[in-house]
Ligand binder design. Structure first.
Ligand code: FRU
Length: 483
């Protein structure tokens, strides 16, 4: 339908057609960022899971490639990829390291899930499946995330036992034979499933020089903070075998994102030594309604790549997220303003169309609520707001397009530190997705939205008093698919 195509995002990656879910095997090799993903080559609903594949040289322009790992007697569920620099697996060729993938083979008949190995000697273009390497006879054993642990000089793999809300840690010298090292969970937020675990080390911003911690990120299939699927993280230590929670942990779940559409995010392996970042990509969807979202000819979408950092705050260690700086290359038509007084009368914002970035320093003043409205020609609207008295930022999509699932229309609230009434909003809109980064990424809200038709128009207003936009910077963003 023309309507669905109109709402198709431009600078967020999605395959040209059909269904996709989780990002898989994020790895950098020889100038290319690889993005593999759960893909159905035959339809626009979940099924026939295979690994789709795209590559990028700049994290914003993606080229879709043929299916990397097809469905065979097992479906190829989520997993990870590493560059096996020292050829520990023996799958290298002509002195060059192989890319090695560990993925879950889901046997459609028995429902047994076990871990499979595949490798590539041609920069991820074609893959040879070596076969099954780890089977514990479980139907809930999935989502291997693998990486090289420098201190112990071993490979580490995380998997889940999904229904038990457990993460298992495994180690290996050759990526083929794996020994179980420890188990973590259940704790924090629990639900039907824990999925897609990841673990990575980050320096502490605002900590002692050289201070670092490990972050364990886990996707929760249902029961998340703003409904359905979401992500939580734990901060602690990891010695190559076992993750231990930091003594500062209070037991309260820490949510990675406060919207409804950020799931299964994992980080890149093997970024160049000159790049100290941890970069994650998530699936911008929610299992509650993922199979029903009104998009065509594809269903599923990736988030912007995000750079992660860990901050020492009065409440404990907190994960912050920022859009990668590479996204600045999308900026066109800059406009700015200062000292913009806001009141009941809504004022137009200097952005046009469906692809925009806004950076706003807001003083909420005496107002009860400041609200940005993104409206279409049919009267549908998506709202981004700040409620000063309660210290909340929200995305309201209760009227974001024709209805298709009861779980979709909702208001997603994140608590924020208003620092004496002030808040910084960094907003990305791409036709039918919003990514909102609040106070330098201390909070994020990621939500799809839909519409009835026509151009989007942008305005802002304040209720219950006066507020001031201290500075506003706005850009229209280009669509890298149309270069
Ligand atoms: C997460 C997930 C994974 C699984 C994959 C199947 O969204 O359920 O646990 O490997 O999707 O497509």
């Amino acid at each position: 339908s023309a309507r669905a195509e109109e709402a198709r995002p431009g600078y967020h990656f999605a395959p040209a057609r059909n269904w996709n879910n989780d990002p898989n095997g994020l790895v950098y090799y020889e100038g290319e960022y690889h993005l593999f993903y759960q893909y159905n080559p035959y339809g626009d609903r979940w099924g026939h899971m295979s690994w789709g594949h795209a590559v990028s040289r700049d994290l914003v322009t993606w080229q879709e490639l043929p299916v990397a790992i097809p469905e065979t007697d097992v479906q190829a569920f989520s997993g990870g990829v590493v560059v096996d620099w020292n050829n520990t697996s023996g799958f290298g060729k002509d002195g060059r390291p192989p890319l090695v993938a560990l993925f879950t083979g889901h046997n459609t008949k028995t429902r047994i899930q076990s871990q499979y190995l595949a490798y590539s000697n041609d920069k991820g273009r074609t893959w040879t499946t070596h076969g099954k390497v780890l089977d514990i006879g479980s139907t809930e054993f999935r989502d291997p995330k693998i990486f090289w642990h420098e201190a112990t000089k071993r490979w580490v793999m995380l998997t889940v036992i999904a229904a038990e809300n457990r993460v298992l840690v495994w180690t290996s010298g050759d990526l083929k034979s794996w020994t179980m090292a420890s188990s973590f969970g259940p704790t924090g937020a629990r639900g039907k499933n824990w999925e897609c675990p990841d673990i990575f080390e980050l320096p502490i911003e605002g900590g002692k020089p050289g201070e670092k911690r490990w972050v364990l990120a886990i996707s929760l299939g249902d029961s998340s903070v703003n409904g359905g699927s979401g992500m939580q993280y734990f901060v602690g230590d990891f010695d190559g075998q076992r993750f231990t929670l930091d003594p500062s942990w209070t037991g309260d779940p820490q949510w990675l994102d406060w919207g409804a559409d950020y799931y299964a995010a994992v980080t890149y392996n093997d970024l160049p030594k000159s790049d100290p970042r941890k970069i994650a990509i998530g699936w911008a969807n929610n299992w509650r309604y993922a199979n029903l979202i009104p998009t065509y000819p594809n269903r599923g979408l990736m988030s912007l790549p995000r750079s992660l950092s860990l901050h020492k705050t009065s409440e404990g260690y907190r994960l912050y997220q920022a859009p990668v700086a590479e996204a600045e290359a999308l900026r066109r038509d800059h406009s700015s303003a200062e000292g913009l007084k806001l009141g009941e009368a809504s004022q137009p914002l200097p952005v046009k169309g469906g692809r925009a970035e806004l950076v706003i320093d807001l003083d909420t003043g005496s107002s009860q609520q400041v609200e940005i409205a993104i409206k279409d020609a049919q009267g549908y609207q998506t709202l981004v707001g700040v409620t000063a008295p309660t210290g909340e930022v929200y995305v309201d999509r209760t009227r974001s397009g024709p209805s298709f699932h009861e779980g979709f229309p909702d208001r997603h609230i994140a608590p924020v530190d208003l620092k004496g009434r002030k808040v910084k909003l960094h907003l990305f809109v791409d036709e039918s997705i919003i990514e909102l980064y609040v106070n330098d990424g201390a909070r994020t809200i990621t939500d799809r939205f839909f519409r009835g038709g026509g151009e989007l128009s942008w305005s802002v207003s304040a209720r219950g008093g006066e507020a001031t936009i201290e500075t506003l910077n706005a850009w229209t963003l280009s669509d890298p698919r149309k270069k």
